[in-house]
Ligand binder design. Sequence first.
Ligand SMILES: C[S@@+](CC[C@H](N)C(=O)[O-])C[C@H]1O[C@@H](n2cnc3c(N)ncnc32)[C@H](O)[C@@H]1O
Ligand code: SF4
Length: 407
Amino acid sequence: MPSALPIADPAPLDGALPASAALASVDRNFGVYLHVPFCRVRCGYCDFNTYTSDELRGAKRTDYAGQAITEIALADRVLHDAGIDRRPASTVFFGGGTPTLLPATDLTSMLHAVVDTWGLQPDAEVTTEANPDSVDLEYLLALKEAGFTRVSFGMQSAVPHVLAVLERTHDPARIPLVVRWAREAGLQVSLDLIYGTPGESFEDWSASLDQALAQQPDHISAYALIIEDGTKLAAQIRRGEVAMPDDDLQADMYELADARLAAAGYEWYEVSNWARGAQFRSDHNLGYWVGHDWWGIGPGAHSHVGGVRWWNVKHPAAYADRIAAGHSPAAGRETLDAETRRVESVLLRTRVREGFPIGELASSGRTAVAGLIADELVDARAALAGRIELTLRGRLLADAVVRRLTD
Ligand SMILES: C[S@@+](CC[C@H](N)C(=O)[O-])C[C@H]1O[C@@H](n2cnc3c(N)ncnc32)[C@H](O)[C@@H]1O
Ligand code: SF4
Protein backbone atom coordinates (compact mmCIF):
# COMPACT_ATOMS: atom_id res chain seq x y z
CA MET A 1 0.00 0.00 0.00
CA PRO A 2 1.22 3.55 -0.70
CA SER A 3 2.26 5.56 2.41
CA ALA A 4 -0.24 7.55 4.50
CA LEU A 5 -0.93 11.29 4.26
CA PRO A 6 -0.05 13.73 7.08
CA ILE A 7 -2.71 14.64 9.66
CA ALA A 8 -3.76 18.31 9.92
CA ASP A 9 -6.83 20.54 9.54
CA PRO A 10 -9.57 19.44 7.16
CA ALA A 11 -9.66 21.50 3.94
CA PRO A 12 -12.93 23.26 2.95
CA LEU A 13 -14.95 21.51 0.24
CA ASP A 14 -14.67 24.50 -2.10
CA GLY A 15 -10.87 24.57 -1.61
CA ALA A 16 -10.96 28.26 -0.58
CA LEU A 17 -7.58 29.58 0.65
CA PRO A 18 -7.13 31.86 3.67
CA ALA A 19 -6.39 35.54 2.96
CA SER A 20 -2.81 35.12 4.26
CA ALA A 21 -1.95 33.07 1.13
CA ALA A 22 -2.37 36.08 -1.17
CA LEU A 23 -0.02 38.29 0.86
CA ALA A 24 2.71 35.66 0.99
CA SER A 25 2.42 34.74 -2.70
CA VAL A 26 3.49 38.07 -4.19
CA ASP A 27 6.57 37.72 -6.43
CA ARG A 28 6.95 33.96 -6.07
CA ASN A 29 7.43 31.68 -9.06
CA PHE A 30 4.51 29.36 -9.75
CA GLY A 31 4.95 25.70 -10.71
CA VAL A 32 2.36 23.07 -11.62
CA TYR A 33 2.78 19.40 -10.71
CA LEU A 34 0.49 16.81 -12.32
CA HIS A 35 0.45 13.42 -10.63
CA VAL A 36 -0.37 10.42 -12.82
CA PRO A 37 -1.09 7.55 -10.41
CA PHE A 38 -0.69 4.55 -12.73
CA CYS A 39 2.03 1.98 -13.38
CA ARG A 40 2.04 -1.21 -15.39
CA VAL A 41 3.52 -3.10 -12.43
CA ARG A 42 4.62 -1.91 -8.99
CA CYS A 43 8.37 -2.11 -8.39
CA GLY A 44 9.15 -3.90 -5.11
CA TYR A 45 10.86 -0.89 -3.49
CA CYS A 46 8.37 1.83 -4.45
CA ASP A 47 5.75 3.37 -2.15
CA PHE A 48 4.63 6.18 -4.45
CA ASN A 49 0.89 6.78 -4.79
CA THR A 50 0.39 4.59 -7.83
CA TYR A 51 -1.94 1.75 -8.92
CA THR A 52 -1.71 -0.96 -11.53
CA SER A 53 -5.38 -1.53 -12.32
CA ASP A 54 -7.12 0.15 -15.31
CA GLU A 55 -10.23 0.63 -13.25
CA LEU A 56 -10.34 1.35 -9.50
CA ARG A 57 -13.75 1.23 -7.79
CA GLY A 58 -15.30 2.65 -10.96
CA ALA A 59 -12.59 5.27 -11.64
CA LYS A 60 -11.28 4.58 -15.14
CA ARG A 61 -7.77 5.44 -16.25
CA THR A 62 -9.24 6.73 -19.52
CA ASP A 63 -11.16 9.40 -17.58
CA TYR A 64 -8.15 10.65 -15.65
CA ALA A 65 -6.98 13.47 -17.95
CA GLY A 66 -10.47 14.99 -17.88
CA GLN A 67 -10.53 14.92 -14.08
CA ALA A 68 -7.13 16.59 -13.87
CA ILE A 69 -8.31 19.30 -16.28
CA THR A 70 -11.34 19.91 -14.04
CA GLU A 71 -8.99 20.39 -11.06
CA ILE A 72 -6.94 22.90 -13.11
CA ALA A 73 -10.13 24.97 -13.61
CA LEU A 74 -10.87 24.69 -9.88
CA ALA A 75 -7.31 25.79 -9.05
CA ASP A 76 -7.70 28.87 -11.22
CA ARG A 77 -10.98 29.74 -9.47
CA VAL A 78 -9.56 29.21 -5.98
CA LEU A 79 -6.49 31.37 -6.69
CA HIS A 80 -8.66 34.10 -8.22
CA ASP A 81 -11.08 34.07 -5.27
CA ALA A 82 -8.12 34.34 -2.88
CA GLY A 83 -7.05 37.53 -4.70
CA ILE A 84 -3.94 35.97 -6.23
CA ASP A 85 -3.21 37.27 -9.74
CA ARG A 86 -2.68 34.77 -12.55
CA ARG A 87 1.01 33.98 -12.93
CA PRO A 88 2.42 32.15 -15.96
CA ALA A 89 3.85 28.82 -14.82
CA SER A 90 7.64 28.78 -14.73
CA THR A 91 7.69 24.97 -14.54
CA VAL A 92 5.29 22.11 -15.24
CA PHE A 93 6.16 18.60 -14.06
CA PHE A 94 4.28 15.36 -14.80
CA GLY A 95 5.26 12.73 -12.24
CA GLY A 96 3.92 9.51 -10.93
CA GLY A 97 3.44 6.76 -11.21
CA THR A 98 4.27 6.56 -14.85
CA PRO A 99 2.78 9.52 -16.75
CA THR A 100 3.83 7.97 -20.07
CA LEU A 101 1.48 5.05 -19.45
CA LEU A 102 -1.25 7.44 -20.61
CA PRO A 103 -1.55 8.16 -24.35
CA ALA A 104 0.50 11.21 -25.45
CA THR A 105 -2.80 12.88 -26.35
CA ASP A 106 -3.80 12.80 -22.63
CA LEU A 107 -0.53 14.42 -21.51
CA THR A 108 -0.98 16.97 -24.32
CA SER A 109 -4.51 17.90 -23.27
CA MET A 110 -3.47 18.28 -19.60
CA LEU A 111 -0.48 20.46 -20.56
CA HIS A 112 -2.65 22.55 -22.88
CA ALA A 113 -5.13 23.11 -20.05
CA VAL A 114 -2.27 24.46 -17.89
CA VAL A 115 -1.09 26.71 -20.72
CA ASP A 116 -4.61 27.95 -21.58
CA THR A 117 -5.31 28.69 -17.90
CA TRP A 118 -2.11 30.31 -16.66
CA GLY A 119 0.24 30.55 -19.65
CA LEU A 120 3.93 29.64 -19.48
CA GLN A 121 7.00 31.77 -18.82
CA PRO A 122 8.98 32.14 -22.08
CA ASP A 123 11.74 29.78 -20.89
CA ALA A 124 9.46 27.47 -18.89
CA GLU A 125 10.66 23.94 -18.12
CA VAL A 126 8.08 21.25 -18.95
CA THR A 127 9.10 17.76 -17.82
CA THR A 128 7.59 14.31 -17.75
CA GLU A 129 8.92 11.30 -15.92
CA ALA A 130 8.96 8.20 -18.07
CA ASN A 131 9.57 4.53 -17.66
CA PRO A 132 12.04 3.39 -20.37
CA ASP A 133 9.64 0.72 -21.61
CA SER A 134 6.65 3.06 -21.98
CA VAL A 135 7.86 5.40 -24.77
CA ASP A 136 8.99 5.25 -28.40
CA LEU A 137 10.16 7.89 -30.89
CA GLU A 138 6.65 8.71 -32.05
CA TYR A 139 5.50 9.26 -28.45
CA LEU A 140 8.47 11.52 -27.66
CA LEU A 141 7.91 13.54 -30.86
CA ALA A 142 4.29 14.06 -29.78
CA LEU A 143 5.47 15.34 -26.37
CA LYS A 144 7.86 17.81 -28.00
CA GLU A 145 5.11 18.97 -30.33
CA ALA A 146 2.83 19.50 -27.30
CA GLY A 147 5.40 21.78 -25.61
CA PHE A 148 7.40 19.43 -23.36
CA THR A 149 11.07 20.40 -23.02
CA ARG A 150 12.50 17.60 -20.91
CA VAL A 151 12.06 13.91 -20.11
CA SER A 152 13.32 12.08 -17.02
CA PHE A 153 13.84 8.34 -17.47
CA GLY A 154 13.81 5.86 -14.58
CA MET A 155 17.00 3.98 -15.52
CA GLN A 156 17.90 2.94 -11.92
CA SER A 157 20.73 0.55 -12.89
CA ALA A 158 22.40 -0.97 -15.94
CA VAL A 159 22.98 -4.34 -14.24
CA PRO A 160 20.37 -7.07 -14.80
CA HIS A 161 20.63 -8.73 -11.35
CA VAL A 162 20.22 -5.31 -9.65
CA LEU A 163 17.20 -4.48 -11.81
CA ALA A 164 15.78 -7.89 -10.90
CA VAL A 165 15.99 -7.20 -7.13
CA LEU A 166 14.31 -3.84 -7.76
CA GLU A 167 11.70 -5.70 -9.87
CA ARG A 168 12.23 -3.33 -12.75
CA THR A 169 10.79 -4.75 -15.92
CA HIS A 170 12.68 -2.72 -18.52
CA ASP A 171 15.55 -4.15 -20.57
CA PRO A 172 18.70 -2.07 -19.81
CA ALA A 173 19.54 -2.21 -23.53
CA ARG A 174 16.57 0.13 -24.06
CA ILE A 175 18.22 3.06 -22.28
CA PRO A 176 20.52 4.11 -25.17
CA LEU A 177 17.52 3.81 -27.52
CA VAL A 178 15.10 5.97 -25.53
CA VAL A 179 17.81 8.58 -24.87
CA ARG A 180 18.58 8.75 -28.61
CA TRP A 181 14.89 9.10 -29.44
CA ALA A 182 14.42 11.85 -26.85
CA ARG A 183 17.36 13.76 -28.34
CA GLU A 184 16.02 13.25 -31.86
CA ALA A 185 12.74 14.68 -30.65
CA GLY A 186 14.58 17.73 -29.24
CA LEU A 187 13.99 17.00 -25.54
CA GLN A 188 16.48 17.45 -22.70
CA VAL A 189 17.24 14.17 -20.94
CA SER A 190 17.61 13.28 -17.28
CA LEU A 191 18.34 9.79 -15.93
CA ASP A 192 17.32 8.53 -12.47
CA LEU A 193 19.69 6.06 -10.80
CA ILE A 194 19.40 4.14 -7.54
CA TYR A 195 22.41 2.91 -5.56
CA GLY A 196 22.70 0.56 -2.59
CA THR A 197 20.29 -2.12 -3.81
CA PRO A 198 20.72 -5.41 -1.90
CA GLY A 199 23.29 -7.50 -3.78
CA GLU A 200 24.65 -4.54 -5.75
CA SER A 201 28.47 -4.45 -5.58
CA PHE A 202 30.66 -1.37 -5.85
CA GLU A 203 31.64 -2.62 -9.33
CA ASP A 204 27.97 -2.99 -10.34
CA TRP A 205 27.37 0.64 -9.34
CA SER A 206 30.47 1.75 -11.20
CA ALA A 207 29.17 -0.02 -14.33
CA SER A 208 25.78 1.71 -13.99
CA LEU A 209 27.48 5.10 -13.71
CA ASP A 210 29.57 4.31 -16.81
CA GLN A 211 26.45 3.34 -18.75
CA ALA A 212 24.57 6.45 -17.64
CA LEU A 213 27.47 8.75 -18.53
CA ALA A 214 27.90 7.06 -21.91
CA GLN A 215 24.45 8.42 -22.82
CA GLN A 216 25.63 12.00 -22.08
CA PRO A 217 22.37 13.03 -20.42
CA ASP A 218 21.86 16.66 -19.42
CA HIS A 219 21.03 15.76 -15.85
CA ILE A 220 21.43 12.80 -13.47
CA SER A 221 19.64 12.06 -10.20
CA ALA A 222 21.25 9.37 -8.02
CA TYR A 223 19.17 8.26 -5.05
CA ALA A 224 20.26 6.02 -2.18
CA LEU A 225 17.73 3.18 -2.07
CA ILE A 226 15.29 3.82 0.77
CA ILE A 227 13.60 0.76 2.23
CA GLU A 228 10.05 2.08 2.60
CA ASP A 229 7.76 0.46 5.17
CA GLY A 230 4.97 -1.56 3.63
CA THR A 231 6.80 -2.34 0.38
CA LYS A 232 7.46 -5.83 -0.90
CA LEU A 233 11.21 -5.21 -0.61
CA ALA A 234 10.86 -4.26 3.09
CA ALA A 235 9.00 -7.56 3.69
CA GLN A 236 11.69 -9.53 1.84
CA ILE A 237 14.37 -7.94 4.04
CA ARG A 238 12.34 -8.60 7.20
CA ARG A 239 12.01 -12.27 6.25
CA GLY A 240 15.77 -12.44 5.62
CA GLU A 241 15.32 -13.22 1.91
CA VAL A 242 17.46 -10.26 0.85
CA ALA A 243 20.12 -8.34 2.81
CA MET A 244 19.62 -4.83 4.20
CA PRO A 245 21.66 -2.26 2.19
CA ASP A 246 24.98 -1.49 3.87
CA ASP A 247 25.38 2.17 4.98
CA ASP A 248 29.16 2.27 4.48
CA LEU A 249 28.89 0.78 1.00
CA GLN A 250 26.14 3.30 0.13
CA ALA A 251 28.41 6.14 1.31
CA ASP A 252 31.27 4.84 -0.86
CA MET A 253 28.87 4.62 -3.79
CA TYR A 254 27.78 8.23 -3.29
CA GLU A 255 31.41 9.37 -3.25
CA LEU A 256 32.12 7.40 -6.41
CA ALA A 257 29.10 8.97 -8.12
CA ASP A 258 30.18 12.47 -7.17
CA ALA A 259 33.78 11.92 -8.34
CA ARG A 260 32.76 10.23 -11.60
CA LEU A 261 30.08 12.80 -12.40
CA ALA A 262 32.34 15.76 -11.56
CA ALA A 263 35.10 14.32 -13.79
CA ALA A 264 32.57 14.04 -16.63
CA GLY A 265 31.56 17.72 -16.25
CA TYR A 266 28.42 17.35 -14.10
CA GLU A 267 28.03 19.75 -11.17
CA TRP A 268 26.16 18.64 -8.08
CA TYR A 269 23.56 21.22 -7.12
CA GLU A 270 21.34 19.29 -4.67
CA VAL A 271 22.26 16.31 -2.50
CA SER A 272 21.03 13.74 -5.08
CA ASN A 273 21.21 15.81 -8.29
CA TRP A 274 23.88 16.76 -10.82
CA ALA A 275 23.55 18.79 -14.04
CA ARG A 276 25.73 19.43 -17.09
CA GLY A 277 25.65 23.19 -16.39
CA ALA A 278 23.28 25.43 -14.41
CA GLN A 279 20.83 25.69 -17.35
CA PHE A 280 20.15 21.95 -17.05
CA ARG A 281 19.21 21.95 -13.34
CA SER A 282 15.65 20.87 -12.58
CA ASP A 283 13.99 24.25 -12.01
CA HIS A 284 10.83 22.49 -10.88
CA ASN A 285 12.54 20.64 -8.04
CA LEU A 286 14.54 23.77 -7.14
CA GLY A 287 11.16 25.48 -6.74
CA TYR A 288 10.27 22.97 -3.99
CA TRP A 289 13.65 23.37 -2.32
CA VAL A 290 13.61 27.18 -2.23
CA GLY A 291 9.94 27.43 -1.22
CA HIS A 292 8.18 28.71 -4.36
CA ASP A 293 4.43 28.26 -4.93
CA TRP A 294 3.14 25.22 -6.75
CA TRP A 295 -0.21 23.59 -7.36
CA GLY A 296 -0.24 19.79 -7.32
CA ILE A 297 -2.99 18.27 -9.46
CA GLY A 298 -4.20 14.69 -8.94
CA PRO A 299 -4.72 12.04 -6.24
CA GLY A 300 -2.40 12.51 -3.25
CA ALA A 301 -0.71 15.54 -4.87
CA HIS A 302 0.65 18.19 -2.47
CA SER A 303 0.42 21.95 -3.06
CA HIS A 304 1.97 25.03 -1.50
CA VAL A 305 0.72 28.56 -2.01
CA GLY A 306 1.85 31.46 0.17
CA GLY A 307 2.62 29.45 3.30
CA VAL A 308 -0.50 27.26 3.02
CA ARG A 309 0.21 23.62 2.28
CA TRP A 310 -2.41 21.05 1.42
CA TRP A 311 -2.75 17.57 -0.06
CA ASN A 312 -5.41 15.81 -2.07
CA VAL A 313 -7.30 12.62 -1.24
CA LYS A 314 -5.08 9.70 -2.14
CA HIS A 315 -7.19 7.16 -3.89
CA PRO A 316 -8.03 7.76 -7.58
CA ALA A 317 -11.67 6.72 -6.92
CA ALA A 318 -12.04 9.20 -4.02
CA TYR A 319 -10.43 11.85 -6.22
CA ALA A 320 -12.79 11.09 -9.11
CA ASP A 321 -15.79 11.30 -6.74
CA ARG A 322 -14.75 14.72 -5.40
CA ILE A 323 -14.14 16.09 -8.90
CA ALA A 324 -17.46 14.67 -10.22
CA ALA A 325 -19.31 16.35 -7.32
CA GLY A 326 -17.70 19.72 -8.16
CA HIS A 327 -15.74 19.71 -4.90
CA SER A 328 -12.10 20.38 -4.17
CA PRO A 329 -10.09 17.14 -3.86
CA ALA A 330 -8.09 18.66 -0.96
CA ALA A 331 -8.13 16.32 2.06
CA GLY A 332 -6.22 18.33 4.64
CA ARG A 333 -4.05 21.38 4.98
CA GLU A 334 -1.87 23.40 7.30
CA THR A 335 -0.99 27.07 7.44
CA LEU A 336 2.67 27.41 8.29
CA ASP A 337 3.55 29.98 10.95
CA ALA A 338 6.67 32.12 10.56
CA GLU A 339 8.85 29.85 12.74
CA THR A 340 7.82 26.67 10.87
CA ARG A 341 8.51 28.42 7.56
CA ARG A 342 11.97 29.46 8.75
CA VAL A 343 12.83 25.93 9.94
CA GLU A 344 11.56 24.40 6.68
CA SER A 345 13.56 26.87 4.68
CA VAL A 346 16.73 25.77 6.53
CA LEU A 347 15.73 22.14 6.05
CA LEU A 348 15.26 22.46 2.29
CA ARG A 349 17.95 24.98 1.40
CA THR A 350 20.67 23.14 3.32
CA ARG A 351 20.43 20.50 0.62
CA VAL A 352 21.19 22.82 -2.31
CA ARG A 353 24.64 23.93 -3.42
CA GLU A 354 24.08 27.64 -2.70
CA GLY A 355 23.11 26.86 0.91
CA PHE A 356 21.75 29.78 2.90
CA PRO A 357 22.87 32.73 5.06
CA ILE A 358 23.97 31.89 8.60
CA GLY A 359 22.06 35.01 9.69
CA GLU A 360 18.80 33.15 8.99
CA LEU A 361 19.55 30.55 11.69
CA ALA A 362 18.19 30.78 15.22
CA SER A 363 20.93 31.41 17.82
CA SER A 364 21.16 27.67 18.70
CA GLY A 365 21.75 26.90 15.00
CA ARG A 366 24.47 29.56 14.78
CA THR A 367 26.14 27.99 17.82
CA ALA A 368 26.10 24.58 16.10
CA VAL A 369 28.05 25.86 13.07
CA ALA A 370 31.52 25.66 14.69
CA GLY A 371 30.92 21.98 15.60
CA LEU A 372 29.70 21.20 12.08
CA ILE A 373 32.85 22.77 10.61
CA ALA A 374 35.03 20.77 13.07
CA ASP A 375 33.21 17.58 11.96
CA GLU A 376 33.88 18.55 8.32
CA LEU A 377 30.18 18.60 7.51
CA VAL A 378 29.99 22.29 6.63
CA ASP A 379 32.46 24.19 4.44
CA ALA A 380 34.69 26.42 6.62
CA ARG A 381 35.46 29.03 3.98
CA ALA A 382 31.79 29.50 3.02
CA ALA A 383 30.88 29.75 6.72
CA LEU A 384 33.46 32.52 7.20
CA ALA A 385 31.74 34.33 4.33
CA GLY A 386 28.43 33.91 6.20
CA ARG A 387 26.92 30.93 4.34
CA ILE A 388 26.14 27.33 5.22
CA GLU A 389 27.33 25.04 2.42
CA LEU A 390 27.66 21.28 2.81
CA THR A 391 30.92 19.41 2.28
CA LEU A 392 30.82 16.03 0.49
CA ARG A 393 30.65 14.33 3.92
CA GLY A 394 27.93 16.83 4.91
CA ARG A 395 25.86 15.84 1.87
CA LEU A 396 26.03 12.20 2.98
CA LEU A 397 24.79 13.19 6.43
CA ALA A 398 22.50 16.03 5.31
CA ASP A 399 19.61 15.00 7.58
CA ALA A 400 21.87 14.99 10.66
CA VAL A 401 23.28 18.42 9.71
CA VAL A 402 19.77 19.84 9.40
CA ARG A 403 18.84 18.46 12.83
CA ARG A 404 21.86 20.15 14.43
CA LEU A 405 21.05 23.45 12.71
CA THR A 406 17.38 23.46 13.67
CA ASP A 407 17.30 21.80 17.12
C1 LIG B 1 7.97 8.19 -10.10
S1 LIG B 1 9.49 7.44 -10.30
C2 LIG B 1 10.06 7.75 -12.00
C3 LIG B 1 9.24 7.40 -13.21
C4 LIG B 1 8.85 5.99 -13.50
N1 LIG B 1 7.76 5.65 -12.64
C5 LIG B 1 9.98 5.01 -13.34
O1 LIG B 1 10.14 4.50 -12.22
O2 LIG B 1 10.67 4.77 -14.33
C6 LIG B 1 10.57 8.54 -9.54
C7 LIG B 1 11.95 8.04 -9.09
O3 LIG B 1 11.96 7.87 -7.70
C8 LIG B 1 13.02 7.01 -7.35
N2 LIG B 1 12.55 6.13 -6.25
C9 LIG B 1 11.33 5.59 -6.10
N3 LIG B 1 11.28 4.85 -4.95
C10 LIG B 1 12.51 4.95 -4.38
C11 LIG B 1 13.12 4.40 -3.18
N4 LIG B 1 12.42 3.60 -2.37
N5 LIG B 1 14.40 4.71 -2.91
C12 LIG B 1 15.11 5.51 -3.74
N6 LIG B 1 14.61 6.04 -4.88
C13 LIG B 1 13.32 5.76 -5.19
C14 LIG B 1 13.38 6.21 -8.60
O4 LIG B 1 14.69 6.55 -9.01
C15 LIG B 1 12.37 6.70 -9.62
O5 LIG B 1 12.94 6.82 -10.89
S1 SF4 C 1 7.52 2.45 -12.29
FE1 SF4 C 1 8.24 4.21 -11.01
S2 SF4 C 1 6.40 4.92 -9.88
FE2 SF4 C 1 5.88 2.92 -10.80
S3 SF4 C 1 6.22 1.47 -9.17
FE3 SF4 C 1 8.16 1.60 -10.35
S4 SF4 C 1 9.40 3.26 -9.38
FE4 SF4 C 1 7.29 3.39 -8.59
